[in-house]
Design a protein around this ligand. Sequence first.
Ligand code: NAD
Length: 354
Amino acid sequence: MNMHPKKPTPSHLAYLPFVSVENMMKLVHHVGIEEMLRDLAGFIEDDFRKWPQFDKTPRVASHSDVGVIELMPTSDGEMYGFKYVNGHPKNTREGLQTVTAFGLLADVNTGYPVLLSEMTVLTALRTAATSAMVAKHLAPRGARTMAMIGNGAQSEFQAIAMRAVCGVDILQLYDVDDTATAKLVRNLSDQGFSLKACATPEEAIEGAQIITTCTADKQYATILSDNMVGAGVHINAIGGDCPGKTELHKDILLRSDVFVEYPPQTRVEGDIQQMPGDFPVTEMWEVITGAKAGRTDERQITLFDGVGFAIEDFSALRYLRSKLEGTGLFDQLDMIADPDDPRDLFGMLQRAKP
Ligand code: NAD
């Protein structure tokens, strides 16, 4: 794909590549979902390694009684990216999704956007790739069994990424809504997993080395209580991701080593919002660079309090851009006014008079 957004004709347009939902789905099938999740995990890990170089800010959130709308910006100095994303747990009851998103990548040198994309599908992919990349560093060696609590939109992506990156192939499933679990079983039944639908969260956790909680409820929920969690497991807690929305009893946090993306955001949004402001956490990028320890013994409980950080979306957009060339899986949007004489915007408007 041409790096520069300018196109020769017509002269007032600087076309912007745009990836629609339809093209995103085609791209996933073109690349193959497991390969895509592995590659994405690699891009995210590379950007975590360069963490200090990024502009970082907690996401800008606009809360309402029923949900949240957020902007997530970051830059590595060469490219700038942001994502618009919502989180509305009540939406599924109205036939709408809990999470939808789109995002943009721009060239820091010119400020011109270079890619606009749907990010609802891409968010599910990048969230799953992040969970799996983190589990690769923290989960017990040889983990094959994962409890998947919350079987909604993110769940299949989580499962496939955990297999692609970590080798997890046995899934024990629980959701308060049986139809969500039935949907997950239907979707993954021919994908080579061993699948068990469970009647209780306790049954789902039994014997699992990785526990993923991915539920949506705008409250302080207790998806896992302390007595349910045995020594040595890795907890991938990604559903508690805004103020007033948590999944774990705080006694679990006290028994675990907690790993986070960006503390100023996680302390407000993650499960650790239940803890004092100086509650000890380890930043995941420091585990990846080797500056801090991850899992150090087999009885340790590692807990990834994942809320989703802008750098993961930036990595996902960067990956997407790298994959588009030669696929034709994008449209060209007439979104940037670009007069031949950059100071004659008005003249450009006049010449367009019908
Ligand atoms: P979804 O609404 O499609 O699915 C959520 C599922 O959780 C539903 O099937 C619901 O029945 C189930 N559930 C609710 N309460 C439960 C409980 N007490 N026990 C078991 N199951 C329960 O939502 P989704 O798109 O899959 O997202 C799930 C959560 O993950 C949301 O809270 C979302 O905000 C969050 N999320 C986090 C990240 C991140 O980066 N950390 C990214 C995307 C989504």
